[in-house]
Design a protein around this ligand. Structure first.
Ligand SMILES: *[C@@H]1O[C@H](CO)[C@@H](O)[C@H](O)[C@H]1NC(C)=O
Ligand SMILES: *[C@@H]1O[C@H](CO)[C@@H](O)[C@H](O)[C@H]1NC(C)=O
Ligand SMILES: *[C@@H]1O[C@H](CO)[C@@H](O)[C@H](O)[C@H]1NC(C)=O
Length: 302
């Protein structure tokens, strides 16, 4: 009799577990945005601008720390979380350079546990993303796929941290195998992936033309302090016609950058280029250059 009781409980728990897995909302893209507790202005700028262009098939969260915020900050963070419902707290020490790899895995595991999605984008709170264009360009589910922009520096060739897009099967592989992979939780996911991606049979899209990040900005005007919209000629404002993403954008950049942009032409397709081709002989990495834990070997294309 006791056994009966026990198995009924087990079945019930399994059933509930399955129901909870089945009931995860289905999205196309999940976006994880790293944000320091004090960056309310940047979070608001994202909400006001590119996040407001979000379609129902895109979900996002800001990930920040409550434990390192001072008392005043934690009160306002809690209020922000309760009212806007787009913030998750993560248990990490202060400083954006600390435990970057572990932060990434924490956020990815959170997303996988709460949503079902086809793609996962990790980004920052000081960016501008043409979110509709991204959805359009991805258009359908892909497997074993990564999209980013590589640094073509010899022995330090890895994707920039501000835009890391994974297909969900690849993300799940990384999260599930964190114990078995050579992975340094202290250093960034970008560096870890720069190394790991050499051994994985995946398609890598090294996007040199649409991702505007610090390897050399494609749109200098956006990164100058005191950027004045009114003065800027409208061709410069149609950002999303030409580009997809920009890093280090001031929080004063607003919706006008989108309003000037037309809906992208349907002929636009992503043209996948591997960093082997874009970086040539510079596509090499020595993992221990940025990590005490990763091996001291040179990996390069021959
Ligand atoms: C790599 O992946 C492709 C496509 O998924 C597959 O056809 C191919 O057999 C794989 N190669 C190896 C060595 O596993
Ligand atoms: C921006 O430029 C316009 C046109 O040149 C000028 O009238 C305006 O005062 C400028 N705004 C700021 C904040 O500098
Ligand atoms: C390779 O690196 C060298 C030196 O850092 C640089 O001058 C060159 O432009 C790089 N090549 C490519 C294809 O980026």
């Amino acid at each position: 009799m006791r056994h009966w009781h026990y198995s009924i409980w087990v079945i019930l728990v399994l059933l509930l577990w399955n129901i909870s897995l089945l009931s995860r909302p289905k999205k196309f893209i999940f976006i994880a945005i790293g944000s320091a507790p004090e960056n309310r202005n940047r979070r608001d700028a994202c909400r006001r601008s590119w996040l407001s262009w979000r379609c129902p098939t895109v979900a996002y969260r800001f990930f920040t720390e409550l434990n390192t915020a001072n008392r005043e900050q934690s009160v306002s963070l809690n209020v922000e979380r309760q009212t806007l419902r787009d913030i998750e707290f993560q248990p990490f020490p202060q400083g954006r350079q600390v435990m970057q790899g572990a932060r990434f895995l924490y956020q990815a595991a959170w997303a996988l546990g709460h949503y079902e999605f086809d793609f996962y984008l990790k980004t920052d709170d000081d960016v501008l993303l043409c979110i509709q264009k991204l959805q359009h360009l991805l258009s359908e589910k892909r497997n074993k796929f990564f999209w980013g922009k590589y640094w073509c520096k010899q022995d330090r060739s890895y994707p920039d941290e501000s835009f890391l897009l994974f297909s969900t099967d690849l993300l799940r592989f990384l999260v599930k195998n964190r114990e078995f992979l050579l992975f340094d939780e202290e250093v960034s996911m970008a560096w870890n992936f720069g190394f790991l991606s050499r051994f994985l049979n995946i398609s890598i899209f090294d996007d040199r033309t649409c991702i505007d990040s610090q390897q050399g900005y494609l749109t200098y005007f956006m990164h100058q302090p005191g950027f004045n919209f009114t003065r800027q000629i409208s061709s410069d404002l149609s950002f999303c016609d030409k580009y997809l993403f920009s890093h280090h954008v001031e929080s004063t950049i607003d919706m006008r950058i989108f309003k000037e942009s037309s809906i992208i032409p349907p002929s636009h397709r992503i043209m996948i280029q591997h960093p082997r081709d874009t970086c040539g002989t510079n596509y090499s990495i020595i993992p221990c250059r940025k990590s005490r834990k990763l091996p001291s070997i040179q990996i390069r294309t021959v």
